[in-house]
Every structure is written in structure tokens, then in C-alpha cells.
Design a protein around this ligand. Structure first.
Ligand code: PLP
Length: 390
């Protein structure tokens, strides 16, 4: 107990103590902090429900239908008696969306990454991983026990240097995200597939923040960059742009059969609840049939970015995730607090989540936010940042 107590107080002293903040959702795009009874609602710039699908009427009604038809829980793991045919219906739809032969559902993106990587590589093998990859990817790497080589973020020269030195003769896996959640920047996928072929590696791409938003029919950045055939496993979550919960891996039929037999987080975990499958099925249908959902979001992203560039803030990126560089951690925290005072909820991202000295405010744009509110908050944000930084 003493060790736990001292760990917690050290965290607090270092300003890195995390705490929960219960909220309620008021109107779409607004949250209200529960502890603050009189506070007015805040505009939510930290949601991943990019297309607003979590409250789309078709998503809700299909979820309700499946709840009533199939019950609240699946009752067992898929390999026991939990393998309802609706899971296969969603897997077929995902395979179609991602342009792969087959797909396999996982309980969450965290479970997918932490289960799939150790299924693919082991102690005699090597993993090449982008330094900014998500924690679940790192936990998968650790569980695999393979030689872990981290390359500088999006630096393919560094990756090739490591491949030359460390590729070895056994299995090698390259793992990246297609859109990075802290910087809002893209992986150079086309160039990466050349390296993957040249050094004969498996390639796994996590499309958590890209599925539903990029590509002709929402198939993600592997579709937009036309590299689907070179990607061995595409991971994605239903918890972000798809507005629901759970995750998938899209791959060849053989790879999926292999994962059914080897991925422990698939084998030893209860199948997803039917209501969640209903929501995900409706969401996948919507992103395929309604490209206007994406267009509407990109219009809003542009409105917000225009507001920032008018005030002279560099925003060369092109995604729905917009970081505003602050540098100093304490400044980032006090800026976030000042914005909350003015009705804007955005996250201060600090080390160790990002490299030292690169603390930032992170804005994620969702369809829930109206054009008028985006313009208004853009102005407030620029004013606050200029006031505090210059
Ligand atoms: C959010 C995220 C995950 C985790 O997905 P969940 O379904 O929320 O568990 C995995 N990888 C990346 C890159 C993510 O951004």
C-alpha cells in the first residue's frame, strides 16, 4: 500500500495525475461537467464520434432491434456457443468495405492490437514500429516478446536503416497507424509498401482514426492510397467514426483463419453484445451509402482551420485532428483551463503521451459542431492562445 500511495503522490507532484471527469451530454456537440452544477455546457472538441453516428437514428434503431431480437449479451465466446450469424454478417460487410477477403471482430481496438501482434510474431522475430504508435500496439509488441525496433515518427529512411541492420531471417512485422491521433498526420503508406516488399515483411496498419472518413466509400487511407493489396492486416475500431464499439481486423481468409486459432484476445473473450453489432452494421451501411456525411465533416474542418490560419496559426495538416503547438506542459494545461472558462472543451496533450517540450492543445472536429460554433470558438481559441503565448 505504501508503494501505491507514494506512486500516486509522485504523479500529483509531477502534474501528471489523471482523473475522471463525469459528464452528461446535452445537445449534440455539447457536454456538461457533472461536478459543476451551474456551469454552462461546453463545446466538445475531444470526441472521436467524427460523423456523429453514435446518435444517428438508423444506428439507434438497428441497435434497438438487435437488442430485442438477440438479447443483451452473446452469452459466450465465438468458439463456444456465442457465434451468432450477425457477427459474420458484419465481418462480411467490413471485408467489403476494406477490400479484403475476410475480417474478424474483436472486443475493442485495444484487444485487437494486443492479441494480433503476439499471434504474428514471437521471441525469434522482429517488429518495426513507429514511435508514435498507440499504447495497445506497444502492449501487443511486449506480449509478443519479439525484438522491438522503434523508428522515428514517419521517418522511412530511419525505418530502412533499421531494416538493413535488424531484419534477420525470421518473421518481421512492420506496424503503423495510417492517421496518427496526436499529430493528425498521415503515414506515407505508398512508400512504406515498397519497403515492406523489398524486405519481405508483414505489414499491419491501424486505421482507427481513418476508417469511415477517407477513401472512396469510407474504406480508409489504405483505400485512398490504393495499397489495400500490400497491407496484410488492416485494423480498425468501431468506437470512433463508426460511433459504436468493438474492432476488426481485415485480411486474407487464411490470415483470419490463423487469427481465429491463435489470437488469444479473440479466443478467450466473450463475443460483442448484439446491440453493438446492430449499431455497427447500420454505421457501416451509412458511411458506404452517404458520402455526404464525410463531405459535411470536411467542410467543417475547413471552416475551423481557416479561422486558425486567419490568426496566423500554421495548419498544414489535412485531417479532422488539429493540434495547436504550445510546447510547455503547464502552459498547455492553463490554456485548456482558460478555454473551458469560455465554453470550449479541448484536451491538453502532454508528455509522456507526446515527446518532451511538444505539449499541445488537440482539437478534434466532429459533425456535431455547427459551422457558427466552429467560427466562434476558432476566434476564442486564437485570442486565448495569442494572449497566453505572446
Ligand atoms: C483508439 C485507438 C485504439 C483503441 O481502440 P478501442 O476500440 O478504443 O479500444 C487502437 N489503436 C489506435 C491507433 C487508436 O487510436
Amino acid at each position: 500500500m505504501a508503494a501505491i500511495k507514494s506512486w500516486l503522490s509522485r504523479r500529483k507532484k509531477e502534474g501528471q495525475y489523471r482523473r475522471l471527469m463525469p459528464i452528461s451530454r446535452v445537445d449534440p456537440g455539447f457536454i456538461k461537467l457533472k461536478h459543476d452544477k451551474h456551469a454552462s455546457p461546453l463545446l466538445d472538441f475531444s470526441s472521436n464520434d467524427y460523423l456523429g453516428l453514435s446518435i444517428h437514428p438508423e444506428v439507434i434503431s438497428k441497435s434497438r432491434l438487435f437488442l430485442e431480437k438477440y438479447g443483451a449479451g452473446a452469452g459466450a465466446a465465438r468458439l463456444m456457443s456465442g457465434d451468432l450469424f450477425i457477427f459474420h454478417e458484419l465481418e462480411d460487410k467490413i471485408a467489403g468495405l476494406k477490400g479484403k477477403e475476410a475480417a474478424l471482430l474483436f472486443g475493442s481496438g485495444f484487444l485487437a492490437n494486443s492479441g494480433i501482434i503476439p499471434a504474428l510474431v514471437g521471441r525469434k522475430d522482429v517488429i518495426f514500429s513507429d514511435r508514435l504508435n498507440h499504447a495497445s500496439i506497444y502492449d501487443g509488441c511486449r506480449l509478443a516478446g519479439a525484438d522491438l525496433q522503434r523508428f522515428r515518427h514517419n521517418d522511412l529512411d530511419h525505418l530502412e536503416e533499421l531494416l538493413k541492420k535488424k531484419r534477420g531471417k525470421n518473421q518481421a512485422l512492420i506496424v503503423v497507424e495510417s492517421l496518427y491521433s496526436m499529430d493528425g498526420d498521415f503515414c506515407p503508406l505508398v512508400e512504406l509498401t515498397f519497403l515492406k516488399e523489398k524486405y519481405n515483411c508483414l505489414l499491419m496498419v491501424d486505421e482507427a482514426h481513418a476508417t469511415g472518413l477517407f477513401g472512396r466509400n469510407g474504406g480508409g487511407l489504405i483505400q485512398e492510397n490504393d495499397v489495400t493489396g500490400q497491407v496484410d492486416i488492416a485494423i480498425g475500431t468501431f468506437g470512433k467514426a463508426l460511433g459504436s464499439y468493438g474492432a476488426y481486423a481485415a485480411a486474407s481468409r487464411q490470415m483470419v483463419n490463423y487469427l481465429v486459432n491463435r489470437a488469444r484476445s479473440f479466443i478467450f473473450s466473450t463475443a460483442l453484445p448484439p446491440a453493438v453489432i446492430g449499431a455497427s452494421l447500420a454505421a457501416v451501411d451509412l458511411i458506404q451509402k452517404q458520402p455526404e456525411l464525410r463531405r459535411e465533416l470536411w467542410d467543417k474542418v475547413k471552416i475551423f482551420k481557416d479561422e486558425l490560419s486567419r490568426a496566423g496559426f500554421d495548419n498544414s495538416g489535412f485531417s479532422q485532428i488539429i493540434p495547436l503547438a504550445v510546447g510547455d506542459s503547464d502552459k498547455a494545461v492553463s490554456l485548456a483551463a482558460a478555454l473551458r472558462e469560455q465554453g470550449i472543451f479541448a484536451t491538453a496533450v502532454r508528455p509522456p503521451t507526446v515527446p518532451p517540450g511538444t505539449a499541445r492543445l488537440r482539437f478534434s472536429i466532429t459533425s456535431h459542431l455547427s459551422a457558427a460554433n466552429l467560427i466562434k470558438s476558432g476566434k476564442i481559441i486564437c485570442g486565448q492562445v495569442q494572449h497566453q503565448l505572446f
